[in-house]
Design a protein around this ligand. Structure first.
Ligand code: ADP
Ligand code: 5GP
Length: 197
């Protein structure tokens, strides 16, 4: 049976390892389309406009919201982030599945607009480990870490609304599981979610 291009959303609390997991997935599956999101936050050292994100001014972001250019957008930690429709639709129409790595509210919004999207929730092995990862990354100050952790507790409660849950304990193992999810949904439309070992 032919593979069908699908829209996958990889979501979960900040610091759980979404970015790391999706980067590994991209290495293993270079054929998967990954969209570049737009954001109003400032670039971090080393981030490149058009590759890491499209870094937009507040005015430009608002203009694009009003023009209906976003598939979804959300306010995350005081800045706006969004997926451009043009990015996702172009890849899917070329027969490429797309993986969106976005925050939890954004993921649920995508499901409302695109019920055929496959929502994958990445869970930490524990809240203590999530905290270790957030602090270990060293990109947020203490207040930002606290804010992300308190958000994470709420976000973990929405995991049940996602189609698939993957615990990011061992990175390679979690990526194996993510690959199996992608294969399953591309091949048979995801009639079963039992893809674990
Ligand atoms: P997110 O994109 O969800 O905010 P990141 O990908 O930035 O999270 O990961 C947060 C931190 O956790 C990084 O320092 C990353 O190296 C680390 N990390 C990611 N996955 C794992 C894992 N499976 N085990 C241990 N550390 C991990
Ligand atoms: P960061 O500033 O650390 O790069 O990202 C902060 C949060 O924004 C992360 O949880 C990330 O998943 C989320 N994010 C990144 N791009 C998008 C997007 O296009 N839409 C939504 N809703 N969230 C995004």
């Amino acid at each position: 049976m032919a593979r069908q291009a699908r829209l996958f959303v990889v979501s979960g609390p900040s610091g759980v390892g979404k970015g790391t997991l999706v980067a590994l997935l991209r290495k293993r599956r270079p054929e998967l389309g990954l969209t570049v999101s737009a954001t109003t936050r400032e670039p971090r050292p080393g981030e490149v406009d058009g590759t890491s994100y499209y870094f937009l001014s507040d005015e430009e972001f608002s203009r694009r919201v009003e023009a209906g250019e976003f598939l979804e957008w959300a306010n995350v930690f005081g800045h706006r982030y969004g997926t451009l429709r043009s990015e996702a639709d172009r890849l899917i129409s070329q027969g490429q599945s797309v993986v969106l790595e976005i925050d939890v509210q954004g993921g649920l919004n995508v499901k409302r607009i695109r019920p055929d999207a496959v929502l994958v929730f990445v869970e930490p092995p524990s809240l203590e480990e999530l905290e270790r990862r957030l602090r270990g990354r060293g990109t947020e100050d203490e207040a930002a870490v606290e804010c992300r952790l308190s958000n994470a507790r709420r976000e973990l409660e929405t995991a049940g609304q996602y189609d698939v849950r993957i615990v990011n304990d061992d990175l390679e193992r979690a990526c194996d599981e993510l690959e199996r999810v992608i294969d399953k949904y591309e091949m048979d439309g995801g009639s079963s979610t039992d893809v674990r070992d």
